[in-house]
Design a protein around this ligand. Structure first.
Ligand SMILES: [Zn+2]
Length: 690
């Protein structure tokens, strides 16, 4: 008989002795996850079983509140795991992810389709008026009922069985989709020889060198397919041949006919989503998905998108003609191609507004912009930030700040993981390691922002582009939604709101980043400390509306194609590329512009169902954020205390505990006025062309 080796306990399964009970990342190894998940699934199943078989008459406490208390270990393990999957993965983690996504579906299916449990919820829901519930309890009961009902808890046994199979398969497909995309992004790079660096800023070249070093090619410079790299290159490089190469690689992600190809994955996802919607009694997946949103119907979504599409397209076509004119004037004997747009638009912007990103970047160092984001939050909401060096992190680049309220009481920890690296998926996002709640005493949240900014050169700070700075504020706005959350129940915490409401706190926060009051104070030259010169500031602000036709067309076309994928019969999109082409033709997509996310790289709608038939949400939220910021402008002070208090009380702190439409009206005193969006994008005055 062999001796059992002495093993230390699984760090995911013990109480964390770290400051603020944060995850002890240094102790956590990939092999800890599967056993921890098994334990967490078992605990959760036992907790739910106890609720289901509780012999006492169902009441709010022994059913709805008890469900809120269940699954704590599962939440704890999942939060750490998914943070690593997206922000710092490795082959072992990705392998485990495949297994976990399947196990997750298998675990949740019998819970969400448990007839006895659902029976208790239905009983409470039917009698809700007589239960003497607080508004937050009522909201929770309604959300719980809706969640179970929409998952298929009320279906026949046969239909439930099929639903469970579909969910498992969809979980697998969603994971494949994101792994494929990551694979294509990791595989591709382009070396930049000395002669290929014309037009590229020093900070860009420094970042390209850092990227090469990270891949074991020290001394060289490469660009990868991260959006920041690709878009900046397309904007800056005069080398038409290289732009074409980068552009084609960028828009071909997931569509290369290799092992990472996502076309088949999409076809199957759409077919299964359609089938599940029909099992649940809806004509289309979009109808199913949108019922539980602010928009409510596909028609309402289409109405908004079409209203924006027309002026945006007209503006883009007029801009196209102007760019073509510029090429001809230069003696260029070619038609504007998609890989030329950003380059000539940037040139035109420099000529017209006498402004280019490179001139402002030295004033937008990452540290100064973090300081600006924090300062706005202090002035609006009274919270303060101090850096903590003693909190364990998943990568040495991650920084942590302690957040305190006006009285100096601990409110949250904020983790910032800002730099691009090969182990991180592309994009920027906010997530949490723990959500705020007060069910059994005050639980302070652990909130994360992840970005993909280029690192500075050796000894130099990271310098942000205006878009990067805006992204920083955007994600920080989501972060505030998590940090300022003040609800009783965990499932209503922070960003647990409708998808078409969730971008309001983030997009609204972007408005402060582009205000002179903020830029004058924080946009300081990283070497001299000089504030942003007034004329540069004015040109920067004027340039914000530039190229909005292009940006809006990129976005709205993606949102419309997403809507069509989930409205038309799945059979219509068996050839994904043909479907994409046909839909773009239908709306008159300018040939020189591609969707912001072509289908095979449209992680928003295919890595999970969160934004499926929901990509429009950003624009739905924009209608509100453009209108909401007006409240501060009308008050004549972008930090007006009374308006800020309403914003905190009605929007940032309420999470999912109130109806979003009611929350907005409470803040603004009326419904949002849609023209604010067009005005902000400079699209109200439609150009004469087309
Ligand atoms: Zn967002």
């Amino acid at each position: 008989m062999s001796e059992t080796p002495a093993t230390s306990p699984n760090p995911l399964l013990v109480a964390w002795q770290t400051p603020h009970q944060t995850p002890p990342f240094a102790e956590i190894e990939p092999e800890h996850f599967l056993p921890a998940f098994e334990q967490a699934f078992a605990d959760h199943a036992a907790e739910v079983n106890a609720i289901t078989h509780d012999p006492t008459v169902p009441d709010f406490d022994n059913t709805v509140t008890a469900l809120e208390r269940s699954g704590r270990l599962l939440n704890k393990v999942s939060a750490v795991f998914y943070d690593l999957v997206s922000a710092h993965s490795n082959p072992a983690i990705l392998e485990i992810d495949k297994e976990v996504s399947l196990r997750m579906a298998r675990h949740w299916n019998p819970i969400m389709m448990n007839a006895v449990l659902f029976g208790r919820i239905v009983l409470l829901h039917e009698n809700r008026a007589t239960l003497n519930l607080t508004p937050e309890q009522m909201r929770l009961l309604e959300r719980t009922y809706t969640r179970f009902h929409r998952a298929g808890a009320g279906l026949s046994e046969d239909a439930k069985k099929r639903m469970a199979e579909i969910n498992e398969r969809l979980a697998h497909l969603g994971t494949s989709f994101s792994h494929h995309l990551l694979g294509d992004e990791q595989d591709w790079f382009m070396e930049l020889g000395e002669e290929d660096r014309e037009g590229l800023s020093d900070s860009f070249v420094a970042a390209a060198k850092a990227a090469a070093e990270e891949r074991g090619m020290a001394g060289k410079a490469i660009i990868t397919l991260s959006r920041t790299f690709a878009e900046t290159f397309l904007k800056s490089s005069p080398r038409r041949d290289l732009r074409e190469k980068v552009y084609k690689a960028f828009i071909a992600r997931g569509d290369n006919g290799n092992a990472n190809d996502n076309n088949e994955v999409i076809v199957e996802i759409l077919a299964l989503r359609e089938e599940s919607a029909k099992l649940l009694g809806y004509p289309t997946y979009a109808a199913y998905r949108l019922e539980d949103s602010m928009a409510k119907t596909p028609e309402a979504v289409r109405g908004l998108l079409e209203r924006v599409w027309k002026p945006a397209r007209a503006r883009a076509l007029a801009d196209r003609d102007e760019l073509q004119g510029m090429i001809s004037e230069e003696g260029g004997n070619f038609a504007l191609a998609p890989w030329d747009w950003r380059y000539y638009a940037e040139k035109l912007r420099q000529a017209k507004a006498n402004f280019d990103d490179a001139a402002i970047k030295p004033y937008l160092s990452l540290d100064h912009m973090i300081e600006a984001a924090f300062d706005c939050a202090t002035r609006l909401f009274g919270i303060t930030f101090s850096e903590r060096k003693d909190i364990p992190v998943w990568h040495p680049d991650v920084r942590v700040w302690e957040v305190r309220d006006r009285e100096g009481k601990h409110k949250a920890l904020f983790y910032g993981d800002y730099f691009a690296r090969a182990s991180k998926r592309s994009g920027a996002w906010m997530t949490s390691l723990r959500d705020q709640q007060r069910l059994d005493g005050e639980i302070a949240p652990l909130i994360i922002n992840v970005c993909n900014f280029a690192k500075g050169a050796e000894g130099e700070p990271s310098l942000l582009s205006p878009d990067d700075a805006r992204t920083l504020f955007h994600e920080f706005g989501h972060g505030l939604h998590g940090m300022l959350s003040n609800v009783l129940f965990p499932s209503l915490s922070g960003t647990s709101v409708f998808t078409d409401f969730v971008e309001l706190p983030s997009q609204l926060y972007e408005h402060w980043q582009e205000r002179p009051e903020v830029l004058q104070k924080f946009a300081r030259h990283y070497q001299t400390g000089e504030p942003l010169p007034e004329d540069l500031l004015q040109r920067f602000l004027a340039a914000r509306k530039f190229n909005q036709g292009f940006a809006t067309v990129e976005f709205v076309s993606s949102a419309l194609v997403d809507l069509e994928f989930h409205t038309q019969p799945a059979a219509a999109s068996r050839d994904v590329r043909a479907f994409e082409q046909a839909e773009l033709k239908k709306i008159g997509m300018p040939e020189e512009i591609a969707m912001r996310h072509r289908p095979t790289q449209f992680g928003h709608i295919f890595t999970g169902d969160h934004y499926a038939a929901g990509y429009y949400s950003y624009m739905w939220s924009e209608v509100m954020d453009a209108d909401a910021f007006g409240a501060f402008e009308e008050a004549g002070n972008i930090f007006d205390p009374a308006t800020a208090k309403r914003l905190h009380d009605d929007i940032y702190s309420t999470g999912g505990s109130v109806d979003p439409e009611a929350a907005y009206v409470a803040f603004r005193g009326r419904e949002p006025e849609p023209d604010a969006l067009l005005r902000r994008r400079g699209l109200l005055e439609t150009p004469e062309a087309a």
